[in-house]
Ligand binder design. Structure first.
Ligand code: PGA
Length: 256
């Protein structure tokens, strides 16, 4: 299931940077060389995609931060998966906790959104993660199991080859409180097992699982060395070229 065993470093720009500023940031973040086994992806706001597409940055993949579950039609304010493909997006982030929190119906739409994205040819970065209170009460595994069941378990098994999972504990996002190695090893292993058991996958059919939540140049080494971590989804630090390049370099060294 893992896409060729590659590492994925994904930048989630969230609602930052003006379209006119995206060129400078993208170029500054990426004037490096990296191993062919490493995928570097930028997910800017929708409004930046046309600009970013025309830049044709060498080796940089383009993704979006959400999409509609509908193909087309009277859905004011929505953006379809086919529109993203037309703008040369290869990936879309779905299920980010900020989308879940800001849109009351988002949770119920994730599975349909994944189906729409995959059937249009996009790869998905599916986000899951427990809020602080579930971690505090030792119920983080129950919470993640419920999310996986609601969002993934009704998918056709074939869709799994287009899905990457990002474990992003809500308490770690934008807080400076990153998860520690033990927490990540335990949760990534749990997620692999849940998916393997549900879809009856072989032992060596691993999903690609990224970690996200306050990853920066200072802490990336503790994740880059873990075999359970197949990459990172980076928010705040992806807006600072020096930080983002150090994150790419940390994984690049792992591949050498
Ligand atoms: P952060 O965001 O790196 O700023 O914590 C990660 C994310 O929300 O994807």
């Amino acid at each position: 299931m893992r896409n060729g065993g590659n590492i994925l470093i994904a930048a989630n720009w969230k609602m930052n940077i003006l379209p006119s500023e995206s060129r400078t940031l993208a170029i500054a973040c990426t004037d490096l060389e990296w191993s062919g086994q490493l995928e570097v992806l930028i997910c800017p706001p929708y409004t930046h995609l046309q600009n970013m597409k025309s830049l044709q940055l060498d080796g940089i993949k383009l993704g979006a931060q959400n999409c509609s579950e509908h193909k087309k039609g009277a859905y004011t304010g929505e953006v379809s998966a086919a529109m993203l493909v037309d703008l040369q997006c290869e990936y879309v982030i779905l299920g980010h906790s900020e989308c879940r929190d800001n849109n009351p119906n988002e949770n119920a739409r994730i599975c349909a959104k994944i189906n729409a994205a995959v059937s249009s040819g996009l790869k998905v970065i599916y986000c899951c993660g427990e809020p602080q209170e579930f971690r505090n009460s030792g119920k983080e595994f129950d919470f993640i199991k419920r999310q996986l069941k609601a969002d993934l378990f009704d998918l056709n098994k074939d869709a799994l080859s287009s899905i990457n999972i990002a474990y992003e504990p809500v308490w770690a996002i934008g807080s400076g409180n990153q998860a520690n190695q033990q927490q990540i090893i335990a949760m990534h292993g749990f997620i692999q097992n849940e998916i393997k058991n549900h879809f009856s996958l072989a032992e060596n059919q691993n999903m690609r699982i990224l970690y996200g939540g306050s990853v920066n140049a200072g802490n990336v080494h503790s994740y880059a060395n873990l075999p359970e971590v197949d990459g990172v989804l980076v928010g705040g630090a992806s807006l600072i070229p020096k930080e983002f390049k150090a994150i790419i370099n940390a994984f690049n060294r792992k591949l050498k």
